[in-house]
Design a protein around this ligand. Structure first.
Ligand SMILES: [Zn+2]
Length: 444
């Protein structure tokens, strides 16, 4: 008997999984489903880009819903376009342990970031349903529709709606084609006014926003998006906390002019912006946190015109909000001084501010127990800070969260080369199942 089946027996499993279920919830099936979802993309040549409230979003929700039903869940799409599935506990209507991740992607994405977490969750519910575990809570899988923020420039729209922290002002956000989020919801067949937190408890199952008393917690499995598990030779790790991120839109304004203008008469916005990019890198590196300038737009962007304006983005993240905010103050002051010395002006708008989120100790302990059971190792699993944002950051506003990290090759993600091995997916699925069983045992 494996450690996981021993845990299942302890939790009251009354029969074994059939060969069909073992096959359907195995690593190769999970990876085949990742491949199937990867085909739903707006990019040609096998590249993946799948964004919120599009035909591709609708298609992957339908596929996921089918797999959820096959796993014994009832399914619905919530008012934010999140695909949900629910397996009742020992009596109907019990608070739910949420399991989830997201099905949207960045442009030129890999096929596992978010997707693997959703499919692992479905597989685990499938197994527990088939095993006939006596569940002291319901299990729900949530496939979030927007985590990456690719289409509307604001991340975590799906999970914010679930957490009841969706700001109605976001309905006026627009995509690159000028379509508002409000119109995109309507075109998708959703009612944008249903996104506010529900006040009528009878409506909670139909509304996006959940109430804390209806939830037991939230667990998410996700690829690491970092090199530490690979370096340590470990397939799985536990997340200690998710780094807080702030994002800024920065505009440097100078004076456009003919490229024949002498240097002492120029106010070159791009030369200033270039200095800002290296200033940001240097300051963040010295402070031991992470900063990225990933977007740069030059105006008028012509070969014989001195750039008059540059728009750039900054993404700043750290384990501690106070470290991050202190470094931002430092960057802001140095940037202003640098621009003033060049006769440029700089303006800044904050576009995103998410505090660091700590994973709940009791859920972390359950994930650790799951990893120990699945790897048959008594060693304490690796504890990792997540430098990437995740749906859990938003969900933490409504319930406790914890995360299981899965080794990915070279730590590469947000790239077509994203890769996981079947062996790691197999052990991750077993660990996720065992983590839930440990919560079942604790609550029984
Ligand atoms: Zn992700």
């Amino acid at each position: 008997m494996t450690a996981v089946t021993a845990a299942a027996a302890a939790a009251g499993a009354n029969h074994d999984a059939s060969p069909a279920v073992i096959d359907r919830t195995g690593a190769l099936s999970i990876l085949a489903r990742c491949d199937e979802l990867a085909a739903y993309s707006t990019l040609p040549n096998g590249l993946i880009r799948r964004v919120y409230l599009t035909d591709e979003h609708r298609a992957v929700n339908a596929l996921a819903a089918g797999w959820m039903r096959e796993a014994g869940m009832t399914t619905w799409q919530d008012p934010a376009g999140n695909q949900c599935g629910r397996l009742e506990g020992r009596t109907p209507g019990l608070p739910a342990l949420l399991l989830g991740s997201h099905l949207d992607t960045v442009p030129s994405a890999g096929r596992y970031d978010g997707i693997l977490g959703v499919l692992t969750a479905i597989a685990v519910v499938d197994r527990l349903n088939t095993l006939g575990i006596d569940l002291p809570f319901a299990l729900e899988v949530v496939a979030f529709g927007d985590e990456e923020g690719t289409r509307f420039g604001r991340a975590l729209l799906g999970s914010r709606a679930l957490a009841g922290t969706f700001d109605p002002a976001w309905l006026d956000l627009t995509d690159d084609d000028g379509i508002t989020l409000r119109d995109a919801y309507s075109a998708f067949g959703l009612d944008p006014d249903a996104l506010a937190p529900a006040t009528d408890s009878a409506l909670f199952r139909g509304a996006a926003a959940r109430r804390p008393e209806d939830l037991v917690g939230y667990l998410e499995a996700h690829i690491e998006q970092g090199p530490y598990l690979e370096e340590a030779g470990q397939p799985l790790g536990i997340v200690s906390s998710i780094a807080g991120a702030r994002r800024f839109a920065i505009t440097v304004t100078g004076v456009a002019g003919h490229s024949g203008t002498p240097f002492d008469r120029r106010h070159d916005a791009l030369a200033g912006a270039a200095e800002i990019v290296t200033l940001i890198e240097r300051t963040a590196r010295d402070a031991g946190l992470i900063a990225t300038v990933g977007h740069l737009e030059v105006f008028p962007n012509a070969v014989n015109v001195i750039p008059g304006r540059v728009d750039l983005s900054l993404d700043l993240r750290a384990a501690s909000d106070s470290d991050r905010d202190r470094v931002w103050t430092e960057i802001d002051a140095a940037m202003t001084a640098l621009c003033s010395a060049r006769g440029l002006t700089v303006s800044v708008t904050q576009t995103h501010n998410a505090p660091a989120v700590a994973c709940a100790p009791h859920l972390r302990a359950a994930v650790a127990a799951g990893i120990r059971a699945a790897t048959a190792s008594p060693a304490e699993p690796l504890l990792l800070l997540s430098r990437a944002g995740h749906d859990g950051m938003a969900v933490a506003d409504v319930t406790d969260i914890a995360m299981l990290f899965i080794r990915c090759r070279g730590g590469v993600s947000h790239h077509p080369d994203e890769h996981v091995t079947p062996a790691d997916v197999a052990v991750a699925t077993d660990a996720f199942e065992a983590a839930i069983l440990s919560l079942v045992t604790a609550a029984s």
